[in-house]
Design a protein around this ligand. Structure first.
Ligand code: ATP
Ligand code: MG
Length: 238
């Protein structure tokens, strides 16, 4: 469903990503692990079209969204089924929770359909429903993360990407989010989750990639990675 090949990207004259190969099968949840500045956000932003890669290719659902002479705009990528819940969430703090979530439906014009989607989001996130008329900026970090994920789901993506799922959130909230990720996955959506906490990453995803200074240095089944001595010393402090 997603196939990234030999992707290189960066900003101005600094290269951040080098020869990235990554794939996600239909319905799969994949984690992307890596320390600060490794290039995780740059990779997600390249996939959704917010960063223009220097070379390589990105295939989504059999369609080239980036490649030689191809660079489909973000809006079109959302229309064909990609969505991103960005790092830092980028909510509008003075707008209500519901207004923030509804923004995610910008590709849908039918108000009735938007309302139906909102109802689905409230089923998935009951805590968010209780606060739907509050300004988003007044919510806790965990609730804001739920709003950001709900907003990203409003475009009914085939592939949902979440940048930093658990960063800065209390463990009880992280557990709730992990359950929600499993629910989203059960509904058939593929996921790419950036996560610095290896335990969390490997409990949401069966397969993971490790990114280090812009290169994929490891890839494989979650349990294999958890038992890997290099991962244990670099990320688990074992
Ligand atoms: N807009 C930008 N302009 C210039 N350099 C940037 C820009 N965004 C990121 N970088 C640089 O690219 C590198 C990778 O950043 P990126 O945000 O992709 O890493 P990350 O793995 O997501 O890090 P973090 O864990 O801190 O979110 C860093 O060295 C960063 O300083
Ligand atoms: Mg980042």
């Amino acid at each position: 469903m997603l196939k990234i090949a030999k992707l290189s990207a960066g900003y101005a004259d600094t290269q951040v990503l080098w020869d990235i190969d990554l794939y996600i099968k239909k319905g799969e949840t994949v984690a992307l692990i890596g320390s600060n500045g490794a290039g995780k956000s740059t990779l997600l932003e390249s996939v959704i079209g917010l960063v223009k890669p220097k070379s390589g290719s990105i295939l989504f659902d059999g369609k080239a969204v980036f490649g030689e002479n191809i660079n489909i705009p973000t809006r079109e990528r959302v229309k064909i089924g990609m969505s991103l819940a960005p790092q830092g969430r980028h909510l509008f703090p003075d707008m209500t929770v519901e207004e923030n979530i509804a923004l995610g439906a910008f590709v849908e014009k039918d108000r009735l359909k938007i309302k139906e989607e909102l109802e689905k989001m409230y089923e998935l996130f009951p805590r968010v429903y209780e606060r739907k008329n509050h300004p988003a900026g007044k919510l806790s970090g965990g609730e804001q993360q739920m709003v950001a994920i709900a907003r990203a789901l409003m475009s009914k993506p085939k592939l949902l990407m979440i940048d930093e799922l658990s960063l800065g959130l209390a463990p009880v909230i992280v557990d709730v989010l992990i359950e929600i990720i499993h629910d989203i996955s059960k509904s058939g959506t593929s996921l790419l989750v950036v996560e610095q906490d290896v335990q969390v990453a490997l409990s949401v995803a069966k397969r993971a990639y490790v990114l280090e200074t812009g290169r994929i240095v490891m890839e494989g089944k979650s349990e294999k990675l958890l038992n890997n001595p290099q991962i244990q010393s670099a990320y688990l402090g074992i």
